[in-house]
Design a protein. Sequence first.
Length: 233
Amino acid sequence: MMEMNKRILVVDDEETLCEALRFNLEAEGYGVDTANSAEQALTLDLTRYDLFLLDIMMGEISGMQLARILKSNPATASRPVIFCTAKDTEDDLVEGLDLGADDYIMKPYSLKTVSARIRAVLRRAAAPATSAAADSSAEIVYLGLKIIPAKKMCTVDGQEVNLPRKEFEILSKLLSNKGRIFSRAELLKGIWMDDVVVLDRVVDVNITRIRQKIGPYGKHIVTRSGYGYGFME
């Protein structure tokens, strides 16, 4: 089973909820540790975990702050993060996904829902990138902008740019199909695949971040109002 040998860290200040999640996830074959604060989580060897399930509203260090710490550390930056929270505004959702989180589950939720989301996120994390670019070992180049699929690396004028998985896949898809406009729905279906809840707004946020990161080449990612996005020479 895919679940075997996968370790999950649940971080939530509700001890009863942590234990319920631990019991149910261990029954499915996961290895599960819990922490009742981000501070406690930071005392652990975070490189041991394949996925982090984080509450947002916690003590001195919030789940958002903990996610930033995880994403800024090269040793844990690629590990999936799922937020579980009672905060339910679109801004909260966008902020969480903008940090590089892979999913966002609203409280109250069923344990069955959490389990399904974890399976989906781990499945995506284990799968090869879905873009045409990622299916090839050939580099994709436009002037000083380069995508190296085999290394999951992007460089701008020779300098490596840090792109989380979703940003890397979006840029790969656009750059390998120069001149084509992709609708938000196409990008969501091709890159997020079986995510249960992903807003169109999340695509816009990722596009904005990509434009900022690739400097002078950002202007080549164009918006066609009512249609979507494309990379134009």
